[in-house]
Design a protein around this ligand. Structure first.
Ligand SMILES: NC(=O)c1ccc[n+]([C@@H]2O[C@H](COP(=O)([O-])OP(=O)(O)OC[C@H]3O[C@@H](n4cnc5c(N)ncnc54)[C@H](OP(=O)(O)O)[C@@H]3O)[C@@H](O)[C@H]2O)c1
Length: 317
């Protein structure tokens, strides 16, 4: 790591570093690049992409002259090792199923070790996948499998666990039926659910990348709500009553997801098929993936975007 140039309260000292972001062309990855540039005026970001040309890569380099794009295929070990030369920390933001989360990340990890990179942040950005019941959440189990390889490697690792992206509540996660003024729940309307926006997750990840003393896991939650509190929030925001509705137990949802997975034609290549969405709700509403060591103040005070903020913006749009 370089010398300390930017003293920051609560972190002590941020050092000038080269951060390699794998998957920087993606949704969360590009937000992490922005957050890194904002967090440290000296940081240099190297974006690793399978393709150094194209709109997404161009957009990255036009952000700042502190951003460069390198290209390597994940099955090209030597190419990856040279892309990683001189890097202080790898931030993986890759997205996919086994071929990416386990295979591509394992290749990236091996190259990082061979290139002498001191630290690695895996592409987790999720609820706490560590103790979920086997067979209940494919994507979480892939993370757990890669985490075992990461823990066995001679490199320091930090995972960012942030619950679900709050942004999903108004899109991909069908928990709120706006037109029916209903909030669905499984098992209990009072189960705590952790949410963090993509931008807040990106901010924390940038801080983690710049923090050589970051622990193995940093847990944050921009907001912690229940189905009941979400319904109350929506009732207050709209002036009409939103009710909660029992949609079954987490176990029946798990059984439905298993059937959906068996019938799915996309099989295991698709990262977010409908049955995988059900599995996220199983992990959340069973309480198995709840965060228990939230440390929102680790990197100083921050105005976290709440579930209410996201719902209010959605209703005004
Ligand atoms: N907690 C939540 O609610 C939540 C929700 C959504 C996503 N996430 C997680 O956030 C992370 C980032 O997700 P995202 O939506 O930002 O991802 P994304 O935009 O879909 O893609 C990320 C990057 O992954 C790389 N990639 C895609 N397919 C690949 C392949 N076959 N091999 C190697 N690299 C590949 C691409 O980079 P190049 O093409 O440049 O190589 C891409 O830009 C993932 O871990 C995802 O699971 C969490």
């Amino acid at each position: 790591m370089g010398r300390c140039r930017t003293p920051v309260r609560s972190v002590g000292c941020m050092t000038s570093s080269i951060v390699l972001v794998a998957g920087a062309t993606g949704d969360l990855g590009s937000r992490i690049v922005d957050a890194l540039l904002a967090a440290d005026p000296d940081v240099r970001v190297r974006a690793l992409s399978r393709s150094a040309t194209g709109l997404a890569a161009d957009r990255l380099t036009t952000r700042s002259d502190r951003v460069s794009v390198v290209s390597a295929a994940y099955d090209d070990h030597d190419g990856l090792v040279s892309a990683l030369a001189g890097v202080d920390v790898v931030v993986s933001v890759l997205s996919g199923t086994r071929s990416v989360v386990v295979d591509a990340q394992t290749a990236l990890l091996a190259a990082a070790v061979d290139a002498g990179v001191p630290r690695f942040v895996p592409s987790d950005y999720s609820a706490d996948y560590r103790a979920i019941t086997p067979g209940t959440n494919r994507n979480f189990e892939l993370r757990r499998e890669f985490a075992a390889a990461l823990d066995a490697a001679p490199i320091r690792a930090t995972s960012v666990l942030n619950g679900a992206f709050t942004d999903m509540l108004t899109g991909q996660a069908p928990m709120i039926l706006f037109d029916r003024r209903t909030v669905l729940y499984w098992s209990s309307p009072d189960q705590l659910l952790d949410f963090t926006t993509k931008d807040d997750t990106a901010r924390v990840t940038a801080r983690v990348a710049l923090d050589p003393d970051a622990p193995r896991v940093v847990e944050v939650a921009g907001d912690r709500v229940t189905a009941r509190s979400v319904a109350d929030t929506l009732s207050r925001l709209t002036g009409t009553r939103f009710r909660t509705q029992w949609a079954g137990t987490a176990s029946t949802l798990s059984a439905m997801a298993r059937v959906g997975r068996r019938l799915s034609r996309a099989d295991d290549a698709e990262p977010f098929p409908a049955w995988q969405g059900m599995q996220y709700f199983v992990s959340m509403f069973s309480g198995e993936a709840e965060l228990h060591h939230v440390a929102n103040d680790r990197y100083g005070p921050h105005d976290w975007t709440t579930v209410r903020d996201v719902l209010a913006a959605h209703l005004q749009a």
